[in-house]
Design a protein around this ligand. Structure first.
Ligand code: ASP
Length: 439
């Protein structure tokens, strides 16, 4: 078994957390390649090392003193090193960071040092080889990863080492300049390593016991999803559910390597398995519920719209030409609605409406800005009778008015539009009818 294990910031925030991580790694021979984040928060009032590093870069770029901030970061690492009883020193690294900041190395370089240093400490603690991500994760430019070159470099370097630590979150351009992913990007590094070494599994260790059926801020003690497919995850993540960086699934999902989300603070918990395909049915018919507030629907009405060829295209063109992407487009015989993100639409509202008036000549246009969308997702909904009936009965029972319904053609999801005020109640009602009723 070859496993790639990625540990998030809270899993590596202190010496105590490092010890838990080492116990997890040593408990399984297969956990050979380790991808750490930078030290995260030790408690809710704490600051992540990455944020402290961004602050240093910011101060340096303004010509202000950053030594005090950098000193605080150094203390955090020293506390970890001391707590673990290690004999290493990061003095030379900190001197170099200070020098590079002085020379204008910038925020990406600064931020990357959180993972770089944590990787060095973790490698020393585990007795694993340290492989600098700058040598194995390649970017084409500051926004674009070069995945093929990255797989090649990772495979080539890691073949030399039975066990290694590869810090997450950063890589480099061909000319050696350090580049980072967007925030939370260590998840992507883990996925790239897993793909490059053809891992059997990518374990993503965090501080929750997996992906919840519903947002735990809305449904207290939500059940965990034990198995979810990549497609289902994408539907839920698109509607705002998150435990991982949204780009982290692509490298492994393309080759069918499963991801297991696990909890460093509760390693025995099963967590969530994310797989390409499964014969496992989900316990509650639905797999998960996610949603977002803040949508607007623009409804066009026109007599004999059914015969007005091209009217849909003309309306969508108005959104396209103003750079606003649409989410859904439910339709009737003489009407259709275009649903968009309110904040994107608001900026171009008057231009788009004027263009629609001119090109579509609707009899009437209606704008509703009080719309929240909820996605009920589940691979088993396709074959389960009465799922839609149960959803809408639950909503009626909770006195939630349904403004819009859209079932994706894959039958993987049902999207429901409700008033922003009804959003939380609607999610609770759907959760209760499928999950609570089944427990
Ligand atoms: N340390 C980085 C952040 O805080 C990257 C990561 O943790 O994945 O965003």
């Amino acid at each position: 078994m070859k496993k790639v294990v990625k540990f998030g910031g809270s899993s590596l925030a202190s010496a105590e957390q490092f010890q838990k991580v080492a116990n997890i790694i040593h408990a399984d021979e297969g956990r050979r390649y380790v991808v750490p984040s930078a030290p995260g928060k030790r408690n809710s009032g704490d600051t992540k090392v990455t944020d402290m590093l961004y602050k240093c870069a910011d101060l340096a770029s303004q010509g202000k003193a950053y030594a005090k901030e950098l000193g605080k970061i150094k203390s955090r690492y020293e506390e970890i090193i001391k707590g673990l009883g290690l004999k290493i020193s990061l003095k030379a690294d900190f001197d170099e960071i200070a020098k590079k900041l002085e020379d204008g190395a910038g925020s990406m370089f600064a931020a990357s040092r959180g993972e770089y240093l944590n990787g060095k400490v973790l490698a020393a603690y585990l007795g694993y080889e340290f492989v600098d991500a700058a040598n194995v994760v390649r970017f084409k430019d500051e926004e674009t990863l070069d995945p093929e070159e990255t797989y090649r470099l990772l495979a080539e370097h890691l073949k030399e080492h039975e066990r290694a630590v590869v810090p997450g979150f950063y890589g480099s351009l061909k000319n050696g300049k350090i580049v980072t992913f967007s925030r939370g990007g260590s998840d992507i590094t883990g996925s790239l390593v897993a793909r490059a070494i053809k891992a059997d599994i990518y374990e993503n260790w965090t501080d929750v016991s997996g992906f919840m059926v519903a947002d735990p801020r809305i449904v207290k003690n939500s059940e965990v999803i034990h198995t979810i497919t990549y497609k289902e995850l994408r539907e839920l993540a698109y509607m705002g559910a998150s435990v991982m960086h949204e780009d982290a699934t692509f490298p492994v999902s393309q080759v069918g390597i499963p991801i297991n989300i696990k909890n460093t603070n509760d390693p025995e918990a099963e967590g969530t398995m994310i797989v390409a395909q499964t014969s496992k049915t989900s316990k509650y018919t639905i797999t998960g519920i996610a949603g977002q507030k803040g949508f607007t629907s623009i409804t066009l009405e026109k007599n004999k719209m059914n015969a007005a060829i091209g009217i849909g295209r003309k309306a969508l063109q108005a959104f396209e030409e103003h750079g606003v992407s649409f989410e859904h487009m439910p339709s009737g015989i003489d009407t259709f609605s275009v649903i968009v993100h309110q904040d994107e639409f608001a900026k171009k509202e008057q231009q788009i409406l004027a263009q629609i008036e001119e090109s579509c000549e609707p009899d009437h246009m209606d704008i509703d800005s009080d719309l929240a969308l909820i996605a009920v997702v589940g691979r088993c909904m396709k074959s389960a009778r009465g799922t839609a009936g149960r959803i809408f009965a639950a909503l009626a029972h909770a006195h939630v008015n349904v403004k819009m319904i859209d079932q994706g053609s894959s039958e993987l999801n049902v999207i429901i539009g409700v008033s922003n005020d009804d959003f939380e109640n609607a999610i609770k009602a759907i959760y209760d009818i499928f999950v609570e009723a089944a427990l």
